[in-house]
Design a protein around this ligand. Structure first.
Ligand code: AMP
Ligand code: ZN
Length: 464
């Protein structure tokens, strides 16, 4: 697979650090409100990357954090007269409900900043010891950005540009900072704010340090892919690199992937501009699945313009996929042992082309086009095909849809929640290498009339 690496600004062959394994870190949301449609873009896109790598036989360790302490959370909690903890807990739940609705697989690990204070404090200590950090008069700790020689290597801003860039903070924070480019890794506690003990007094972490510390804890000092929206390239990811590479003395992430903006009237959808619709609002109108489809209908690096009309078109396209799958099921039920074989060839070709498109920097738009050519073939050839060929065709069709995370609302595959819960529990048990518990759950599923098969794309539930 070739991936466009923001660092080199080129498509590069993706070669995981450990053959057969891929470690991915995706910056997650700050849970102070419902997520908006723009936030759903990285969610759906990088979930599809994960699914595709899994489909190709790679074991993916997928870490995506939740920012549960920062300025926006503190401000929102004050406004709503609640605590940061309560607010974060509530919106983390809402975020996960939306992610589930979008058929986004739960991360292998979903670390929360507030649960990694030891790691964060340890990393700040290393940064200070290396001479890259200093404690300001008020107890804030700042990172000496320009002391890190490679500062700017991801955003490709040369330092002169960087210094004159509007984006680079030049504020000296009332004399607390040595240089305008320096950024906070620790913020001294203000009255009424949540705070943690540290060697520099009570306070809380800056935003960037949490990702550096949590990526290290869960993926190691060097890992394969770091991803997020384009707006994170600078300063967030640039600062993560500076912190991690100064503390760990080794390359942080090997590949950097950034999705383009989801726009509304050609402007980035964002909370601060107020031009946003929440995923929940849109899903209530049209359902979650058209949103996911929409995110995959363009290449992830291109800008994508949001309108309800386009979502309606996505819904119609999805209906074509559902109808095709129903036709296929009908044909399977009615097929005999003899018939045409042509569809088998078309299925193989669809699989090959689909892989080719996805291998080209996750080109989901072209992969969808391949899927729709396949739909046309199925619709014209299914009735004359033999059962064996139809079953093979269905397997291919389902596998491709599963990579895209689509067609998850099929009625005939509705599995009761109770069964899904057990399957989830079994996956957890397996992750924890608790084989005895995993076997016990398999027996319980068996008693309920369900089978579970471990496929590269995750556990597959079937009726006995
Ligand atoms: P935030 O909660 O603002 O940190 O955003 C969470 C994720 O959504 C980050 O990866 C952002 O880059 C991404 N994001 C935010 N707004 C947009 C947008 N309009 N289009 C695409 N991605 C976005
Ligand atoms: Zn991050």
């Amino acid at each position: 697979m070739r991936i466009y690496n923001t660092m080199s600004r080129e498509k590069e062959e993706f070669i995981p650090m450990t053959p057969g394994q891929a470690s991915i870190y995706v910056c997650g949301p700050t849970v102070y409100n419902f997520i908006h449609v723009g936030n759903a873009r990285p969610l759906c896109v990088f979930d599809t990357l994960r699914r595709y790598l899994t489909y190709t036989g790679i074991n993916v360790l997928y870490v995506s954090n939740v920012t549960d302490i920062d300025d926006r959370l503190i401000a929102a909690a004050n406004e709503q007269e609640t605590t940061v903890k309560r607010l974060a807990t509530r919106y983390e739940k809402e975020y996960l409900a939306d992610a589930d609705g979008l058929n986004v697989l739960r991360p292998t690990v979903m670390p929360r900043a507030t649960e990694h204070m030891d790691e964060i404090i340890a990393m700040i200590g290393e940064i200070i010891d290396g001479g890259y950090g200093y404690v300001a008069a008020n107890g804030d700790v700042y990172f000496r950005a320009l002391k890190f020689e490679d500062y700017g290597k991801l955003s490709h801003l040369v330092l002169d540009e960087l210094e004159s860039s509007r984006e680079l903070s030049t504020s000296l924070e009332g004399g607390l900072k040595e240089d305008g480019a320096d950024f906070a890794v620790w913020k001294a506690a203000k009255p009424g704010e949540p705070a943690w003990e540290s060697p520099w007094g009570t306070g809380r972490p800056g935003w960037h340090i949490e990702c550096s510390a949590m990526a290290k804890k869960h993926l190691g000092a060097t890992f394969d892919i770091h991803a997020g929206g384009q707006d994170l390239i600078f300063p967030h990811h640039e600062n993560e690199i500076a912190q991690s590479e100064c503390a760990n003395h080794q390359t942080f992430a090997r590949y950097w992937m950034h999705n383009g903006f989801l726009n509304i009237d050609d402007r980035k959808m964002s909370k601060s501009l107020g031009n946003f619709s929440t995923v929940r609002q849109v899903a209530e109108q049209i359902g979650y699945e058209p949103i996911r489809y929409f995110m995959l209908s363009a290449h992830y690096r291109s800008p994508l313009n949001f309108t309800m009309d386009i979502l309606e078109q996505c819904k119609t396209s999805l209906e074509r996929l559902y109808t095709c799958r129903e036709n296929l099921a009908f044909a399977i039920d009615n097929a005999g042992d003899t018939g045409e074989n042509l569809l088998a060839e078309r299925a193989a070709e669809a699989r090959r082309l689909f892989g080719e498109r996805m291998d080209d920097d996750l080109n989901t738009a072209d992969a969808l086009a391949v899927l729709f050519d396949f739909v046309r073939d199925i619709n014209t050839l299914a009735a004359d095909s033999c059962k064996r060929v139809l079953l093979q065709t269905a397997e291919t069709f389902d596998a491709l849809c599963e990579v895209l995370g689509l067609l998850y609302n099929r009625k005939d595959t509705k599995v009761p929640n109770k069964v899904l819960k057990l399957v989830e529990e079994r996956t957890e048990a397996r992750t924890a290498k608790n084989w005895a518990r995993a076997d016990e759950i398999r027996d319980a599923l068996d008693a309920l009339g369900y089978t579970v098969e471990d496929t590269p794309a995750g556990p597959k539930v079937g009726r006995k």
